[in-house]
Design a protein. Structure first.
Length: 400
């Protein structure tokens, strides 16, 4: 029956982990997937998460959640993104649903727009963008196009190209914006640039669709990292917003996320939420409960929340210290050819190293150092025990 099914390629990001696992070299390093590791290279369970979990394990039932998820979690998560002083939130005008992490939020959003957004079926993504964005939106029923974002020559933002492309989009198009800690480049617009973007998006009557998978990882400050979506909302944009708690709570496998849409009022919100339910029910009925209970407990308990904020800062700071260490090793110790300043200036979990595809392939085959083919490294995979081996390997790959 399946003789005509072609062999598909491995996933560009998750496939790296498969290759890493199959490698017997004890010095191997996985800098592929964006998953935080502690100073010993081990997965990190946030202490706030353990405390939250212990507070209900064995007590809570395993009943189905409503289609849109755990209300105590979804309302607190929306507040975390929009701010407790958000006007549409206090007016009851934000439609929310729990999602299967960030991917699920994007997919629900894509499918909702494909079904109901009246003006366009085209979504524009930055070049480059997270590798899963294109398949998610294509499979949601949208047409995917690109706008310029990253300038290879400066290893920074292609601000002029980005503005020109956004200005040239047909009126009413959907534009995807990474709220903070752009994946894969680690390059974000400044607050001034976000303000200008808000004006241009308004002039073009574009629909701003925010993906916020790394709130807290850009600056180490939860509120500051939400500047872009909050600013857009304060300027009257009715945004779509996707949130993930995979990274900032380390809840990767628990699949905890949120999708929200700002609407005009309570009545419109009710209609939108009714359609979100109709869309979700045939997909997966209702979301998983365990991770949402953990996240909800943290967000709703002031002491635990404060503790969590500190833990997010701790993760962000460890990554920043690895950036400095790597930069110093490449420039001072090895005198590796090239300008490596971007290692320190880029933000969030990733660094877009500028390593070429042949160099990344040589690093994997000769040194058991794994990263995505575009030269992105997850800084969180580096630690005091492996950063020297990594720098020495990069130096060797660059010098050929
Ligand atoms: C990544 O970009 O590495 C993460 O968002 C994990 C994933 O699912 O790709």
């Amino acid at each position: 029956v399946w003789s005509a099914v072609p062999q598909g390629p491995p996933d560009p990001i998750l496939g790296v982990t498969e290759a890493f696992k199959a490698d017997p070299n004890p010095r191997k390093i996985n800098l592929g997937v964006g998953a935080y590791r502690d100073e010993n290279g081990k997965p990190y369970i946030l202490p706030s998460v353990s405390t939250a979990e212990a507070s209900f394990v064995g007590e809570a039932d395993k009943e189905y959640l409503p289609i849109t998820g755990l209300a105590s979690f979804t309302s607190a998560a929306a507040k975390l993104a929009y701010g407790s002083d958000s006007a549409p939130l206090s007016q009851g005008a934000v439609a929310v649903t729990q999602s299967i992490s960030g991917t699920g939020a994007l997919r629900i959003g894509g499918a909702f727009l494909a079904r109901f957004y009246p003006t366009s079926k085209v979504i524009y993504l930055p070049t480059p963008s997270w590798g899963n964005h294109t398949p998610i939106f294509r499979d949601s029923g949208l047409e995917v196009k690109q706008y310029r974002y990253f300038d290879k020559s400066t290893v920074g933002l292609d601000w002029a190209g980005m503005l020109a492309d956004i200005r040239a989009m047909p009126q009413g198009s959907i534009v995807l914006l990474h709220a903070c800690a752009h994946n894969p480049t680690g390059v974000d617009p400044t607050q001034e640039q976000w303000k200008e973007l808000s004006n241009i998006v308004k002039e073009g009557k574009l629909f701003p669709f925010f993906d916020m998978a790394y709130q807290g990882f850009a600056s180490g400050d939860i509120a500051r990292d939400a500047f872009a979506p909050r600013h857009f909302v304060s300027e009257g944009h009715q945004i779509a917003l996707c949130q993930s708690f995979a990274k900032n709570m380390g809840l990767y496998g628990e699949r905890v996320g949120l999708f929200s849409l700002v609407t005009s009022d309570k009545e419109e919100k009710a209609r939108v939420e009714s359609q979100l339910k109709i869309l979700i029910r045939p997909l997966y009925s209702n979301p998983p409960v365990h991770g949402a209970r953990i996240a909800g407990s943290i967000l709703n308990d002031p002491a635990l929340y404060k503790q969590w904020e500190g833990e997010v800062k701790g993760m962000a700071n460890r990554i920043i210290s690895m950036r400095t260490t790597l930069y110093d090793l490449l420039t001072s110790t090895h005198k590796t050819p090239g300008d490596w300043a971007h290692i320190k200036s880029q933000i969030g979990m990733f660094s877009f190293t500028g390593l070429t595809q042949p160099q990344t392939e040589a690093l994997a085959s000769k040194r058991s150092v794994y990263m995505t083919k575009d030269g992105r490294i997850s800084m969180a995979g580096l630690n005091g025990g492996n950063v020297e081996y990594f720098a020495e390997s990069v130096d060797g790959a660059v010098k050929g």
